[in-house]
Design a protein around this ligand. Structure first.
Ligand code: TIU
Length: 225
């Protein structure tokens, strides 16, 4: 795997692909399909749909290159012992975390809604991290996995832009990882939060990362425009 340079804001970013991982955040049915956690919070889940094919193109290219691919899932133990009361207590009781929904218990590990959408299903050998919080580093072994593989930069995709993607990128940046967020591979229930969330990352000279897109990545590696 070679070095490459991605077009990005606030400026081009060089990546050693052998030391770069693709991190796909929470592309779960619970956020992307009706009847899950995202819908229970009152959101229009259709707003996230365009991120799926964009992620898929990047995922296939990353696999082809032999890059490390890591998937995360937000969710809780069936007994909810890992869910803070402050998180559990929000929302209408029938729609809270742990309540029965059309895709099983909302945001609970092992339930159908907790699965990653079929288009982006992990392959054997791709680490899948179950996280109880919004950040991918909090109470997971992500940092250990990245260190063991000599990773120093992350391509970040997933949902939602201003919640779990942002939290994870901030956590990664503080740990010294260079993060490139692929704009069209992310999504928010609030288009304005998506736009502003991406601007926040790249502002101030790239205060906690870079923003590129799937086309920029695919062109940089010679896959397609
Ligand atoms: N609600 C919302 O926008 N997001 C989350 O609760 N989790 C993630 O972003 N994955």
């Amino acid at each position: 795997m070679a070095e490459t340079t991605l077009p990005a804001a606030p400026g081009p970013v060089g990546l050693d692909l052998a030391r770069t991982a693709l991190l796909i955040i929470d592309m779960q049915r619970d956020f992307l399909e009706p009847g899950g956690f995202g819908a229970a919070l009152g959101n229009d889940v259709a707003r996230l749909a365009p991120a799926v094919p964009a992620c898929r193109r990047v995922l296939e290219a990353a696999r082809h290159l032999g890059m490390l691919v890591i998937h995360t899932r937000e969710g809780h133990r069936a007994d909810l012992a890992d869910a803070p009361p402050a998180k559990l207590g929000r929302g209408a009781p029938a729609l809270r975390i742990g309540a029965e929904g059309p895709m099983g218990r909302i945001l609970v590990r092992g339930e159908p809604g907790h699965d990653i959408v079929p288009e982006l299903a992990p392959l054997p050998g791709e680490p899948v991290l179950d996280k109880p919080g919004k950040g991918a580093f909090y109470q997971t072994d992500l940092e250990l996995i990245l260190r063991n593989r000599g990773i120093e930069a992350l391509l970040v995709c997933g949902v939602t832009t201003e919640v779990c993607v942002h939290t994870s990128v901030r956590e990664a940046n503080d740990r010294g990882y260079r993060c490139v967020v692929l704009a069209d591979c992310c999504g928010s229930y609030f288009p304005e939060f998506h736009e502003i969330g991406l601007k926040m990352i790249a502002a101030q000279g790239g205060i906690f990362g870079w923003v590129s897109d799937s086309g920029g990545f695919l062109a940089a590696i010679g896959a397609e425009g």
